[in-house]
Design a protein around this ligand. Structure first.
Ligand code: DAH
Length: 340
């Protein structure tokens, strides 16, 4: 009598299936709760004759195990199903998310690298945290020379010898220390100056440094290289002009202007109605700098130049506020979506 009941229950348990948690809970209550079928069997067990007890006891325990295993198995099946179909999501479908795009500063940096690599310049990098020697001393800034005030430096508080580099000219020092001419390299990178943030200035910005050292390098080579660069970057009708300037690490030094690519030289508010915009500083590497870096200044000459990537990007894309580059505003960045 009891054995048949148990066999029927076992059959019911084996055939049971549920695809939702409510049905599974009802199943559990039916068999396992205090007033459920299995506790009832244990109660009835008291009236089982002693010679049958062993067998019936095993049957009841077998049924209990079967119920418990069924619950675990169905729960697992429900959980793994819900992992792939939560609110109708099919995680195996291909992704349709928009692809990321390059930042405008990266686009222009890559273009500058490309232009110079076509005439044999390599790319070199140096640390953003620099020592005084590489950022100033080797570049012919004597200690306490007022020229150091040209650049508002972030020093590391505990060590006045260590600072965030104020320009990528520090990389030319590292390149010359580590190799002998002929050298032809550009160094793009991030630089830091303690300046108030405005539409025209930021405390973090980007530069590209250029260096060419060999025998018989002249100012004519400098001019021709930068003329080629300006035409490649701004178009073949671009004109250039040089104005005398001063940098401690070059002698003679100059600043280079390009004809305003916005008004074509006629005059507008970007070029302040002059028809020209300044884009870089340059000059012949001062012999002291060569000597400081163990390059024989009697044998070799060189030219160097340095430009701000933000400034060039603003000019190329007619962007009028430097802060846009650092705010990560999608409305701004999306406009460069097609640039690779
Ligand atoms: N280091 C200069 C600056 O940050 C830029 C510069 C000027 C670099 C002239 C040069 C150079 O290599 O020859 O303002």
């Amino acid at each position: 009598m009891m054995k048949t009941k148990i066999t029927q229950y076992l059959e019911e348990v084996n055939n049971f299936n549920a695809d939702n948690i409510e049905a599974l809970e009802a199943f559990r209550i039916k068999f396992l709760s205090k007033k459920g079928l299995i506790p009832a069997l244990f109660t009835d067990f008291k009236s089982v004759p002693p010679q049958e007890r062993k067998e019936v006891g095993q049957l009841i325990n077998g049924l209990k195990n079967a119920v418990q295993q069924k619950i675990v198995a169905l729960k697992e099946a429900m959980e793994s199903a819900s992992e792939t179909t939560v609110s109708g999501l099919d995680l195996t479908l291909p992704v349709e998310a928009p692809l990321g795009t390059r930042h405008p500063l990266s686009v222009v940096r890559n273009e500058i690298i490309d232009i110079f690599s076509r005439i044999g310049f390599t790319v070199s990098e140096g640390p953003e945290i620099e020592d005084d020697f590489h950022n100033f001393t080797a570049l012919n800034f004597p200690p306490d020379h007022p020229a150091r005030d040209m650049q508002d430096t972030f020093f590391i508080e505990k060590d006045p010898d260590i600072a965030l580099r104020t320009h990528t000219s520090s990389v030319q020092v590292r390149v010359m220390e580590n190799a002998q001419p002929p050298l032809r390299t550009i160094s793009p990178g991030r630089v830091f100056r303690n300046e108030a943030i405005s539409a025209r200035a930021h405390c973090i910005f980007h530069q590209v440094e250029g260096l060419y050292v060999d025998t018989d390098v002249s100012f004519a080579d400098l001019k021709q290289t930068l003329f080629y660069f300006a035409r490649e970057l701004f178009g073949e009708h671009t004109k250039i002009r040089f104005r005398p300037s001063y940098f401690p690490f070059t002698e003679p030094s100059a600043e280079m202007d390009v004809s305003c690519n916005i008004c074509g030289g006629k005059g507008c508010n970007v070029c302040k109605y002059t028809g020209w915009v300044e884009i870089l500083g340059c000059g012949m590497v001062d012999p002291n700098v060569l000597d400081n870096c163990n390059i024989d200044s009697k044998k070799y000459t060189g030219f160097a130049f340095g430009m701000g990537i933000e400034r060039i990007t603003m000019l190329k894309y007619r962007i009028n506020d430097l802060r846009l580059f650092f705010e990560n505003d999608m409305r701004f960045l999306k406009q460069f979506e097609s640039a690779i």
